[in-house]
Design a protein around this ligand. Structure first.
Ligand code: APR
Length: 254
């Protein structure tokens, strides 16, 4: 089965695959967090439509224009402070508890999967809320970065432990992601344009079926068993209803 089906048929097929799969992995991108109020990067309201990423999210920006770099990440941390995981994050955490999902591989740095209760999470691009010194690597409290402090150990520049453009991905997270995804029977890819290497290659590295759940078309859609054009939270809730046979709104059995 390739391409897109009428939505109900596609959702039923994915629900059947989720029930039958003994190893399901979920790969998420920024589109998984927009319903929590965080912008993504490349859709019309995305960060990179407002500012050139090289000016704020690169090693060069950190080293040559630290005040703009720090202002950008302090602003993203402030926005994150007011956000909560949405129903889609909570459903994925519930699916981990029920043994439906074995791991989440995320490009997101917002920590919302973990806050929703998911434990098996590989953060390919690091974490916004983990602060370290760019010079000596010593960790620091987020408040120190928010206050504009320097490293207490060497006086170096503090920064979030996110992967900046020009930096390598954390090896352990990448290895974990490749292991989980290559062995998966089913891979759900949710809310990502798949435009950033090497994360974009992961869906091509699995032996299993790949299902894409995304608001917009991506260049790799044609490579996947099924594409569901829709919102992450809504689609995950529809799948949850099919899996449990109950309507979450009123809790009635079907
Ligand atoms: N539901 C489903 N899809 C959504 C939703 C939603 N509620 N909101 C947005 N999307 C889709 C967008 O249409 C877009 O195709 O999610 C995708 C997000 O793509 P990007 O903005 O490119 O984000 P992402 O793929 O995660 O970017 C990868 O790029 O800048 C780097 O480090 C950054 O991790 C990020 C990486």
């Amino acid at each position: 089965m390739n391409g897109t089906l009428p939505e109900d048929a596609a959702l039923s097929a994915v629900a059947d695959w989720l029930s039958a799969s003994s190893s399901t992995v979920v790969l998420t991108g920024a589109g998984m967090s927009t319903e929590s109020g965080l912008p993504d990067f490349r859709s019309t309201s995305g960060w990179w439509k407002q500012i050139d990423p090289r000016r704020v999210a690169s090693v060069e920006a950190l080293e040559q224009n630290y005040s703009l770099f720090a202002e950008f990440y302090r602003m993203r941390l402030e926005r994150l402070h007011d956000c909560q995981p949405h129903r889609g994050h909570l459903i994925l955490a519930e699916w981990e508890r029920r043994g439906i999902v074995s791991a989440i591989v995320t490009q997101n740095v917002d920590g919302l999967h973990q806050r929703a209760g998911s434990n098996q999470v590989a953060e390919l691009h690091g974490s916004l809320s983990r602060i370290r010194c760019h010079a000596c690597g010593t960790g620091a409290a987020v408040e120190r970065f928010m206050n504009g402090d320097r490293c207490g150990r060497c006086g170096g520049k503090l920064r979030p432990a996110v992967v900046l453009f020009g930096e390598m991905l954390p090896e352990d997270a990448w290895e974990h992601a490749v292991q989980a995804i290559s062995r998966a029977e089913l891979l759900l890819v949710i809310g990502t344009s798949l435009e950033v290497y090497p994360a974009s290659q992961l869906p091509l590295m699995t032996r299993g079926r790949v299902v894409m759940i995304n608001a917009e078309e991506t260049a790799l859609d044609h490579r996947f068993a099924l594409t569901i054009r829709g919102k992450a939270g809504e689609t995950l809730q529809q799948l949850e209803r099919l899996l449990t046979g109950k309507n979450e709104e009123d809790g009635s059995e079907k």
